[in-house]
Design a protein around this ligand. Structure first.
Ligand SMILES: [Zn+2]
Length: 274
């Protein structure tokens, strides 16, 4: 079960899951100016929403991800890097779905005896876009693309893992070279989404001293996209007066405490200069 191809399949599914889980954040980022604050583990509003639910406005809804970008207007993209990443990820994932569907979806026969690729109404199948006779520019239907990137990722995860016995009625096994190709697309898509959101894993030392002991340096590890792993520590040690526990001899902020640290830092920044 631990053959290299099984690992490739599992990694591809994990990358696709990471893409769809962060998709709403990426779409929200398109409408906001790029953040300047490089150290917060997440795009700031999303981060605060997550950690201090209830304390801040919650107008970033995951339903934003529903309508595909290709079908949506962007009246005022504020973050062109996010828009660029979203458009290219969407195009790559949709094209991969088309390519996989063409290879593995089995033909079925409807009650009138007409053979087609997949039962027309089966929601588990990926529908390819169709074109009018006028040429490739004239899109007659967007097929499954109209359900957006989230659904596309879910569908592709299923074809990457290819481990549900019920699928055998609908899909041929995904051939190994296609799994490799799919894994490439998934890895690249995840990297692009996380780079556009500033979620690459990194550790930095803040310019400002610790707002509690006024002496220590604050080191932040952003958690690499997982807010539960984000942690900030003060170099002073246990004598630092910050109201948080110590880890390995240093005051450490995690989870909601990070919001407290942010507030204390902002307070220090906006205090009138002496
Ligand atoms: Zn301190």
């Amino acid at each position: 079960m631990n053959s290299p191809i099984a690992q490739v399949r599992a990694q591809a599914a994990a990358d696709l899951a990471a893409v769809r889980e962060q998709w709403g954040d990426l779409l929200a980022a398109i409408g906001e100016p790029p953040r300047r604050e490089g150290w917060m583990p997440y795009e700031r509003r999303g981060f605060l929403d997550q950690l201090a639910a209830g304390d801040v406005d919650q107008d970033v809804e995951p339903t934003l991800g529903r309508v595909p970008l290709i079908l949506r207007e962007h009246p005022a993209p504020a973050d062109l890097r996010a828009l660029d990443a979203a458009l290219s990820v969407e195009a790559d994932v949709f094209e991969m779905c088309d390519a996989v569907a063409e290879r593995v979806q089995l033909p079925t026969c409807d009650p009138r005896g007409t053979w087609s690729i997949g039962a027309p109404d089966d929601p588990r199948l990926w529908r390819l876009p169709t074109h009018r006779d006028a040429g490739p520019g004239a899109l007659a239907s967007t097929g499954s693309r109209m359900y957006g990137l989230h659904w596309a990722c879910v569908w592709l995860e299923g074809r990457a893992l290819d481990d549900d016995p019920d699928d055998r009625a609908l899909f041929a096994r995904t051939p190994v070279p296609l799994v490799d190709q799919l894994a490439d697309v998934a890895r690249t898509a995840r990297r692009r989404v996380e780079a556009a959101l500033g979620r690459e894993s990194r550790t930095i030392v803040l310019d400002e001293p610790c707002p509690f002991c006024k002496a220590g340096r604050i080191t932040v590890h952003n958690g690499g996209g997982d807010p539960r792993q984000a942690v900030a520590t003060c170099s002073t040690g246990p004598t630092c007066t910050a109201p948080v526990d110590t880890e390995q001899g240093r005051r450490a902020w995690r989870g909601p405490a990070l919001v407290g640290l942010l507030a204390a830092l902002e307070e220090g920044r906006t205090a009138p200069a002496a």
